[in-house]
Design a protein around this ligand. Structure first.
Ligand code: GAR
Length: 196
């Protein structure tokens, strides 16, 4: 059974989708939900599910990423995590941290990578006149929103879409895609998952 640490910054809806998928014959279990913000709404949702939670607030580190990450890694190691899932974790991680978890850290990003790494993905898709948007799960490498693609789900961009409307449509697919990828990944299968 693989042990999964879930890193969040906010509401944690992807974390909930992942945690709730890890039951029965699933080859993994959630062992930690870790947030960089003590106000992250996902913390209460994890606690309600009986998942151990931890917080390493990034703010006292005032931009010293290495010092922040030296603390962030501690609960992950203490939990004995085999796999780390970034689930709406909004801090950029250094190569030093990423390389510690090479080949066992995943991220979900709300665009069809390689399009639109970084922020404001939905507005950028709308501004570009794209007719398709979506989300990507990928292995994390030191390059932001890069790394081998493990799955993508696509949605239409519809006339009149705002970034908020499109984000909500994509989020529904995120909740399908990330659990589907994690189930395969935890079983050692890196064949990409494509959903429409
Ligand atoms: C999700 O849409 C996720 O794809 C995005 O943040 C949201 C978190 O929502 N992640 C990124 O933008 C990472 N660069 P959640 O907290 O409800 O899962």
């Amino acid at each position: 059974m693989k042990r999964v640490a879930l890193l969040i910054s906010g509401g944690g809806s992807n974390m909930v989708a992942l945690a709730d998928s890890m039951t029965g014959d699933h080859p993994a279990r959630p062992v930690l939900v870790l947030a960089n913000d003590p106000e992250a709404g996902g913390l209460a949702k994890a606690a309600a599910r009986g998942i151990p939670v931890a917080v390493v607030d990034h703010r006292p580190f005032k931009g010293d990423r290495a010092a922040f990450e030296a603390e962030l890694v501690k609960p992950i190691l203490a939990a004995g995590a085999d796999i780390v899932c970034l689930a709406g974790f909004m801090r950029v991680l250094t190569a030093g941290f990423v390389n510690r978890f090479a080949g066992r850290m995943l991220n979900i990003h709300p665009s069809l990578l390689p399009k639109y790494p970084g922020l404001h993905t939905h507005q950028r898709a709308i501004d570009a006149g794209d007719t398709k948007a979506g989300c990507t799960v990928h292995e994390v490498t030191p390059v932001l929103d890069d790394g081998p693609i493990l799955g993508q789900a696509r949605v239409p961009v519809l006339p009149g879409d705002t970034a908020e409307i499109l984000a909500a449509r994509v989020l529904v697919q995120e909740h399908r895609l990330y659990p589907a990828v994690l189930r395969r990944y935890a079983a050692g299968d890196r064949t990409p998952v494509f959903l429409d």
